[in-house]
Each structure stands twice: as C-alpha cells, then as structure tokens.
Ligand binder design. Structure first.
Ligand code: KIV
Length: 304
C-alpha cells in the first residue's frame, strides 16, 4: 500500500485547466470532516469535494434531498480546518444543496456566498444543465467559481425515477452534450459527469476546454471523483458498479472496535502502559477526611 505525502501546492481552478491541457488526470474525492480532509490531502488528491452525499454517507438519509445549506456549511468549515493541517493544498469545492439554488437566482447567489464566506470553499458545485445557465452566470459574476454536474443528478432522483444511468439513447446523449456545452459557455470551470456511458463521456470530454470529472463515466474523463466512504469500503451494503473499493476499512473498524470491546470485558485494557501513576495520590476516606483533603484529592481526580 502506498502512502503519499503531497508536496505543498495550492490547486486553483486555473491549475485544473492547465492539468486538462497537459493531459494530467485530476483526482477528486469527497470529505466531510477535518480528519478525513487532512488524510486525503496528504494522500495527494487535487480536489476535495464536500458533497451533499454527506446526507447519505454520514447523516444516514436515504437521499441527498434533506441536506440543508447550514449542514453543508458546517461540514465544509470542518474540512477547511482539516486542510489547514495537511501537507498539500487541494482545491476545495462544496455542493449547493437541494433547495438552495433552484427557486431564484438571488437565493443561489446568497447560498454560494455563504458556502465561501462561512464554509471556506473556493468554488461551488450545482446539479443541472441548460436550465441553470442563468443561475450559474449570476454566481460566477459574483466571484464564485462553479463546477457543473450533469448525467445522473441525485437531487432529481424523483424526476429520473431512481438512480439510473443517463444518456443511453441518442436523444438523451445529444441533450447531455448540449448541457455540457452550455455549462462551459455559462462560465463553469469544470463539469462532473455522473453515470453516463463511457462513449458519451469521451465525446463530451473531447469537445470541452474545461475539465470533465467522471463518476461512473468511464476512463476518458479528465479526472475522476469517488465518495470517500465508498472507496474506503466502509459500507458492505453499498457497492454500485462504478465504485472500486480501494480498502476494506469497514471490516478494519469493526475488527478494531471488537478487539477493544473484548479487552474491556476481559479487563485487559487499560493495562499499565495506558494508565497514569502518582505516588502523591492516596485514597481519601469519605467520612472523616473529606474536608481536609478536598483540594488535593480533586486535583488528582480521586473520589471526594
Ligand atoms: O455529493 C457528491 O458526493 C457528489 C459526487 C458523487 C460527485 O456530487
């Protein structure tokens, strides 16, 4: 297993464009808290996405729909703090949650600005194609870079009739290509392509000058993104076709915690190596010496 400590470089949206031009693959992964952010940054990722997948991966929801803007800001700020302690400086992008950008362009601009100002993200991602050109233009004009997201867009799960691969027939594929081009024209710096045929992703990636980031979209995208929990193998019940499990941390965690439980039950933990000693501490008989030894005993955490 290779553990990499990334060189300290700041990945900007301009660096991502340069990477596309130089045919350097872009590695993107999600993170939802400070510890994960530090670990993935040290592993050398180029972009960290605070995805609204937090709703399913962390918060136990069945879809991303219940995730609120306040929750996204809360998790983004934690990730920002984790990145400050990391070796590398990946670009930080945060998802605009369901309901934060669909109702009005003013809402969308305000939500994007809160994600930047309070969550510390450097750009935002939102789902949708041609219909969202106006919203994207407004957010970009306000100074916030936008990553598009087309194909399987989980916030439209009910409209799609489930989590199904998109763009399999010619008409739908044509529409996705039009969507991708509109996103580029609207000012997006990159576009996520989720669960579309490899052949279509190749065409879209070839026609855009901005990077495409694929998930379930085959190998021809300019970069790839996976949900951290999925690539770590944290959930045995969730293994869609496009996910490769690069670790089996679910089993490792259950095994480690199981060992802890067993040692607590057997009274073999904590042993001497994990305990503190002091020759100044003595047990204080509660009845007769309580007053006299109150301060000393409390200072050592002894019963008083
Ligand atoms: O929310 C998320 O994690 C995402 C990725 C799946 C692209 O949008």
């Amino acid at each position: 297993m290779s553990v990499q400590t990334a060189p300290r470089r700041h990945v900007t949206i301009h660096e991502l464009k340069r990477m596309k031009g130089a045919a350097e693959p872009i590695a993107v992964v999600t993170a939802y808290d400070a510890t994960a952010a530090r670990l993935v940054a040290n592993a050398g990722v180029d972009v960290v996405l605070v995805g609204d997948s937090v709703g399913m991966a962390v918060l136990g929801h069945e879809s991303t729909l219940p995730v609120t803007l306040d929750q996204m800001i809360h998790h983004a700020a934690a990730v920002r703090r984790g990145l400050a302690r990391a070796g590398g400086r990946p670009h930080l992008v945060g998802d605009m949650p369901f309901g934060s950008y669909q109702a009005s362009q003013d809402d969308a601009v305000r939500a994007a600005m809160r994600l930047v100002a309070e969550g510390g993200v450097e750009s935002v991602k939102l789902e949708g194609g041609q219909d969202f050109v106006g919203v994207i233009q407004r957010i970009v004009r306000a100074g916030v870079p936008v990553m598009g997201h087309i194909g399987l867009t989980p916030q439209s799960v009910h409209k799609m009739g489930g989590y199904v691969v998109q763009g399999r027939d010619t008409d739908k594929a044509q529409q996705l290509l039009r969507d991708a081009r509109s996103l580029e024209a609207a000012g997006c710096y990159a576009v996520t392509l989720e669960c579309i045929p490899t052949e279509l992703a190749r065409i879209i990636s070839g026609q855009l000058s901005i990077p495409t980031i694929g998930i379930g979209a085959g190998p021809h995208c300019d970069g790839q993104v996976l949900v951290l929990n999925d690539l770590l193998g944290l959930d045995d019940a969730f293994t869609p076709k496009f996910v490769k499990r690069f670790g089996e941390l679910g089993q490792a965690i259950t095994g480690a915690v199981g060992s802890y439980v067993a040692e607590v039950k057997a009274r073999t933990f904590p042993d001497d190596a994990h305990a503190f000693h002091s020759s100044a501490v003595r047990l204080v008989p509660v009845a007769d010496e309580q007053e006299e030894h109150h301060d000393e005993a409390a200072a050592f955490g002894a019963p008083v």
